[in-house]
Design a protein around this ligand. Structure first.
Ligand code: AMP
Length: 559
């Protein structure tokens, strides 16, 4: 199939926000592909040059890309920058430049059209260009690709090359489209996608062999599995309750999750995003060769950077280890890392993912020697667990994980089988702007409070959360009196008040949320103090809330 058809599909995908329309369009497209085109097409639509598990990368620099575009279009660079500023999208900029220059139009007229498979082959050649003279070779290959592209093809080639599609068509929707195109239940597609780590491969199997092929997908050594994820719990006590009275707490280390595949002496390491990071971690490879006493194994753990005294270092140090492909040896000296294992998913021909957690962990402890496991405490006693949390934090860790004792390993699932419990974030001083009457015993009391932060720029108070937690009954009664005096108007159950009262609020996370105008919401907010010593003007700002919000994600960046 021609690459043009794929580009047109992408263009149509980004022109609608309706999910079902997108899915329908993609499904129709997938049905028309030949078997060998399926995986490349699925990968490209998702903005990937290769399947996700594939370690190859294009590494095309901005310099290469812009040089090629300049050469091909003899574009006035000021114009390029202006269009780029206006659209904020490199692909669209390239399209517009191609439209107004001769090349793009000529390409359509004179050249043999690019096919999906040809594009894949050239991308492979780009990825494989390395060593001396590789920059020039890459340059020529990119030029050979873009030189034959029409404006719309150039747009999507560039997007694939930089790995950013922005069509609003993500993996979840692709799974729906694959399920539809190949008449296979969504659940089967999702499960296979988790096991193989790549929806493109699932689509390709379905196209070639049908649904039956999916049931044969077993564990694949040397191919990463999507990691099981955790939900946030407010406290150890909540985790104990949710897990039926007893659970396995572990230190939550502030590092990077890795999945290790070992077949004899061969070891591969994948990051949380399933990227192959083996080359950045030679000492972990060595430790696994020496310390894992079985032939084949898939293990999970967390690597952390450690200082001279063996204490964990902040995450930023570790990031440097992962980003480096060059000078690995020097980085190994400079930033030592340490591995802590916590799960065993496969051992010598046997998949353990459906086994209960405790059993996997026991097997793990028997299989390894000389590699530490994450510190663990199995308990149903909240006080003991609180103590364990305190210790974890004192030791410089992030908090605790709580894993249900009988839980299977659910690849890619963020459920209640695993909880994370973190130390509360830096408290905020917020202004009460409204309150609601409570229920039951609290009926008649204004006990549920809207908490707002000030916008430094406009002065407006923006709600960032709501809580009924933290105050004693006596304090609620007094607060009700004060708020009634400050009442501006009643809206049903809610009383809007003059913004006068400042409270200190603890919370565990700031989430992105459409609930409030500012787009963020505090998770597990609770009032820790009434700040009568502070005026509303001295309360924290929305800018500060946003900074804390953003800091949460810094570390998750691109590992
Ligand atoms: P979060 O990234 O906040 O959703 O928390 C989950 C992450 O915590 C995992 O992906 C791991 O990288 C990390 N982690 C740290 N210690 C552990 C542990 N003992 N068990 C599982 N995950 C852990």
């Amino acid at each position: 199939m021609e690459f043009r058809v794929l580009s047109e599909l992408c263009e149509r995908l980004s022109s609608t926000t309706k999910r079902n329309v997108k899915v329908e369009m993609a499904a129709e497209f997938l049905k028309r592909l030949d078997s060998e085109e399926v995986e490349p097409a699925v990968s490209m639509i998702l903005g990937r040059a290769f399947p996700r598990w594939d370690p190859r990368t294009l590494d095309i620099s901005w310099a290469t890309l812009s040089n090629v575009i300049k050469r091909l279009t003899d574009v006035d660079w000021r114009r390029f920058s202006k269009v780029f500023r206006d659209t904020g999208d490199l692909g669209s900029t390239v399209k517009s430049i191609f439209e107004s220059s001769k090349v793009g139009r000529q390409a359509v007229l004179f050249e043999r059209p690019l096919s999906i498979l040809e594009v894949r082959r050239i991308l492979e050649a780009i990825a494989e260009a390395s060593g001396q003279g590789s920059r020039e070779r890459k340059d020529r290959l990119v030029e050979s690709l873009l030189g034959r592209a029409s404006p719309i093809e150039a747009k999507y080639l560039v997007k694939i090359m930089i790995g950013e599609m922005r069509t609003g068509f993500q993996e979840g929707l692709m799974e729906l489209a694959v399920s539809k195109a190949f008449s296979t239940p969504l659940e089967a597609v999702q499960k296979a996608s988790m096991l193989t780590g790549d929806v493109g491969e699932v689509a390709s199997l379905l196209r070639e062999y049908g649904e039956e092929a999916l049931s044969r997908i077993g564990f694949r050594l040397m191919r990463p599995l999507k990691p099981m994820l955790a939900q946030m719990a407010e406290s150890p006590d909540e985790a104990i309750r949710e897990h039926g009275g007893k659970t396995a707490f572990e230190y939550k280390l502030d590092g990077a999750r890795i999945q290790i595949h070992k077949v004899g002496e061969e070891v591969k390491i994948f990051s949380r995003r399933l990227t192959d990071v083996t080359e950045s971690l030679p000492e972990i490879v060595q430790a696994v060769r020496e310390g894992v006493k079985v032939h084949d194994a898939v293990l999970e753990g967390e690597v952390i950077a450690v200082g001279g005294d063996g204490h964990p270092l902040p995450f930023q140090h570790l990031m440097r280890r992962f980003r480096r492909v060059y000078e690995v040896d020097r980085m190994v000296q400079e930033i030592p890392v340490k591995l802590y294992l916590f799960d065993l998913l496969y051992v010598d021909g046997e998949s353990l993912i459906d086994e209960p957690y405790l059993k996997r962990r026991n097997r793990l402890s028997k299989v390894v020697e000389g590699i530490p496991l994450t510190e663990q405490l199995v308990t149903g006693n909240p006080a003991e667990a609180e103590e364990f949390l305190k210790r974890a934090i004192e030791m410089g860790h992030e908090g605790l994980m709580a894993k249900r004792l009988d839980s299977p390993y659910k690849p890619g699932v963020r459920g209640k089988h695993w909880f994370k419990i973190k130390e509360p974030l830096e408290p905020l001083d917020l202004v009460i702007t409204a309150a609601e009457y409570g229920y039951g015993r609290r009926h008649g009391w204004l006990s549920d409070y809207y908490l707002a932060a000030r916008d430094e720029e406009t002065g407006e108070l923006l709600v960032v959360g709501k809580t009924f937690k933290g105050l004693t009954d006596q304090e609620i009664i007094e607060m009700t009196e004060r708020l009634k005096r400050l009442a501006v108007r009643e809206e049903g159950h809610r009383v809007v008040v003059k913004p006068r009262i400042v409270v200190e609020v603890a919370y565990n996370e700031i989430q992105k949320s459409p609930k409030y105008k500012c787009g963020m919401a505090l998770r597990f907010a609770r009032i820790t103090r009434i700040r009568d010593d502070k005026s509303p003007e001295e309360a924290d700002t929305i800018q500060k809330v946003r900074r804390i919000y953003e800091k949460q994600f810094e570390k998750k960046a691109k590992l």
